[in-house]
Structures are given as structure tokens and as C-alpha cells.
Design a protein around this ligand. Structure first.
Ligand code: MG
Length: 225
């Protein structure tokens, strides 16, 4: 327990440094978390195509191995840094700090951090992001919020992805949302499809609203003349 607390304390120090850096550069950062296979990378590829006229977008990709996802992101038109965690099951704030050294952050830009696919460990590690966004797909169990409550408690938005597959699967959207709200009454939920684009305008509206709120809260204090 002692070791675990030390690790988390160190992580929180690095997260605070990342957060200060995001304030300096005016970067709105989101940390995307989910099980493997929920469609995080496909969502980001679609979002980059839809948003890059409005925002500079940069991406940090976390996976145990390969740079496949960073390559997909670059092909979609955004700069990306791949972090391989090896045996590690999550990104930590120190790894993200190193990743940031390789990215040019533009003022008013977005940073998407795609965490390692894992619904457990990433919940405990603050990376300095403004919000965690948990992605759940309709091919998974609707009781996942109850089975992995820490992640749903730590997130501010749940994207229910692969909505286009709903006619083919037995997934109870209302039941899933009810489960998530039992864990986190403030969690917002959007039904989306990275494949068809369904629901994504609502996600972009959420993102723009939160980014504007974040920018107001973190604006440099006006200096009296
Ligand atoms: Mg991925």
C-alpha cells in the first residue's frame, strides 16, 4: 500500500506539471480510456477529420507495443507521438511529459491522449487532462460500469460507440446509462458511431463547450494598467 501511494504521489506531481504546461500553451487535453477494441482510435481518426479546420489537434497514443495507432492518426492528418508501455497497463503522467517534448502544442489547440486499452489501471493515473472520456461499445456488456466503477466514476463523459451495430446486438442502452449513472450521477452520455458519424456533432458540441469553459477558467489574469 505504501509503495502504491508513493507511485501515485509522484504521478500527481507530474500531472500537476503537465496541467501547468497545458495552461501555458492553452491546450485543452482529453484522456480517452476504455477496454481494448471499443473503437478509440477510430473515433479519434474521425474527430481529427471533422475538427482540424477548427482546432489544431495533436495526439499521444498509448499501447503496450506497436506504433500502429500513431500511424493511423498521422495518416488522418494530425501529429502523433506513440508511447509503448511494454508490460505497463496504463500511461502515467511522466510518460506523457516525455511525449509532450516531441509535440508542438498550438495555442487554443486540442490534445487527445489515447490511453492503453484497460478499464482498471488508467482510472488511478491523472495525466494532467481536463477530462477523462470513457468509451464503451455496444458490443460489450451493459453492466461494465458496475463491474469497473472506478473508471466511470473518474470520467466526465461516456461515449457509447458502435451505435450502428445496435440492430445486430442485444444491448440495452437505457440500462447501460442507468448503470453508469448509479456509479456517477454527473456522467454525461452520448450514443455515437465512429463508422457512420452518428452522434458525433453532439460530442463536438460537448468538447467545444468544455474547451471554452476550460479556457475561461485558465485564462491568464488580466493585469490592471
Ligand atoms: Mg487504439
Amino acid at each position: 500500500m505504501r509503495i502504491e501511494r508513493d507511485i501515485l504521489d509522484k504521478n500527481n506531481d507530474h500531472a500537476a506539471q503537465n496541467r501547468a504546461r497545458f495552461m501555458q500553451t492553452g491546450t485543452f487535453a482529453l484522456n480517452f480510456v476504455s477496454s481494448p477494441g471499443s473503437g478509440k482510435t477510430s473515433l479519434l481518426v474521425r474527430a481529427i477529420g471533422d475538427l482540424r479546420e477548427r482546432f489544431p489537434v495533436a495526439v499521444i497514443e498509448g499501447d503496450q507495443q506497436t506504433s500502429n495507432d500513431a500511424e493511423r492518426i498521422r495518416a488522418a492528418g494530425a501529429p502523433a507521438v506513440q508511447i509503448n508501455t511494454g508490460k505497463g497497463c496504463h500511461l502515467d503522467a511522466h510518460m506523457v511529459a516525455h511525449g509532450l517534448e516531441k509535440l508542438k502544442l498550438e495555442r487554443g489547440g486540442l490534445l487527445f491522449i489515447e490511453n492503453v486499452g484497460n478499464l482498471v489501471c488508467p482510472a488511478a493515473f491523472d495525466l494532467g487532462e481536463a477530462h477523462k472520456v470513457v468509451v464503451l461499445s455496444v458490443t460489450e456488456g451493459q453492466d461494465k460500469p458496475l463491474k469497473y466503477p472506478e473508471m466511470f466514476a473518474a470520467s466526465d463523459l461516456m461515449l457509447l460507440n458502435k451505435a450502428d451495430l445496435l440492430p445486430h446486438v442485444d444491448f440495452d442502452v437505457t440500462g447501460c446509462v442507468a448503470n453508469a449513472l448509479k456509479i456517477n450521477p454527473d456522467l454525461q452520455t452520448l450514443l455515437v458511431s465512429a463508422r457512420t458519424g452518428e452522434g458525433l456533432p453532439a460530442f463536438y458540441a460537448w468538447l467545444e463547450g468544455r474547451a471554452a469553459r476550460w479556457a475561461r477558467a485558465n485564462a491568464p489574469k488580466a493585469v490592471a494598467e
